[in-house]
Design a binder for this molecule. Structure first.
Ligand SMILES: [Zn+2]
Length: 290
């Protein structure tokens, strides 16, 4: 029997895929300085306009078998990949966060845009990084807690802070933006330091300021504990991909190839949103003998 929750879940997936379909346009046009509203979608090869039924997320790409309906020019499978990522992440965050899921959807949309523009152009737009910071601080002002810093993280706070959180609404309101701002400063400061030391050691720019701002946004949205987890997770993801590329002979060891770091910070942020607190609890049990 179909229950209401299944209909919501289906809606979350379709919404994610549709928004990602629009994000594909943003990813292509914004770095090229083009408007995201006009002209309407058209084939880059033959310029024929794309009808609405050729522009349905996921389905149209499959029906057209990845080719333009008019000139048969190939359409990159990345379009359907981005749409699937959007659909799956919106659905998964709906299951994880329930009514708070739309808060995650805004951040996920920004991360999808930031990641793919970083892959293509090695820059992360300011509206992603600064936008993420504003989003995080904004959420902390709207709620008594950081919605994307799962509640169990508060169980790790020192007793006095925990008590403050429940003493009165006033204190709870004060704690939440403070937690967000500490996260922002910690994320920004930590990666700024890594960048500073890396640049000194390698005598070349070790990473872009976009990455530094991006980890600041992660901190504003999910707090300082998330910053540490995301830094570790992103390094692991980046290393796995980097080593795979060396094995597959796509990159050479010792030769500097520009590997964008932004997408791995975003993967780390997704990891945090689903498994962060479990990971922290597991790690704490590992290092604290009892
Ligand atoms: Zn065409």
């Amino acid at each position: 029997m179909i229950e209401l929750i299944d209909i919501f879940a289906l809606f979350a997936f379709l919404l994610g895929a549709s928004i990602a379909s629009f994000l594909n346009v943003v990813i292509w046009r914004v770095p090229r300085g083009e408007s995201i509203v006009s002209p309407p979608s058209h084939c880059p090869k033959c310029s024929s306009p794309i009808k609405w039924r050729q522009n349905l997320p996921i389905i149209s790409w499959l029906v057209l078998r990845g080719k333009c309906a008019n000139c048969k020019a190939p359409i990159s499978p990345r379009y359907i990949a981005v749409e699937l990522i959007g659909g799956v992440l919106f659905l998964a965050t709906f299951w994880r966060y329930g009514i708070y899921a739309p808060l995650a959807w805004v951040w996920i949309s920004l991360m999808i845009v930031g990641s793919f523009i970083d892959f293509d152009h090695q820059v992360i737009p300011d509206f992603v990084t600064v936008g993420g910071m504003i989003l995080g601080v904004g959420y902390s002002l709207l709620f008594y807690f950081l919605p994307l810093a799962p509640d169990s993280v508060f169980s790790m706070l020192p007793r006095v802070l925990k008590d403050l959180r429940y003493i009165s609404d006033f204190h709870a309101i004060a704690i939440s933006p403070l937690y967000s701002l500490i996260g922002l400063a910690f994320g920004f400061g930590l990666l700024w330091l890594v960048r500073f030391l890396g640049t000194k050691a390698f005598k070349r720019e070790a990473m872009g300021m976009g990455d530094v701002f991006l980890l600041g946004a992660v901190g504003a949205i999910s707090g300082p504990v998330a910053v540490l987890v995301v830094l570790v997770a992103s390094s692991v993801f980046g290393s796995v991909v980097g080593i795979s590329m060396i094995i597959l002979n796509k990159a050479k060891l010792g030769k500097f190839t520009a590997i964008p770091y932004g997408p791995y910070i975003c993967m780390g942020s997704v990891f945090w949103m689903f498994w962060g607190p479990d990971f922290v609890n597991w790690y704490l049990r590992l290092i604290i003998p009892r």
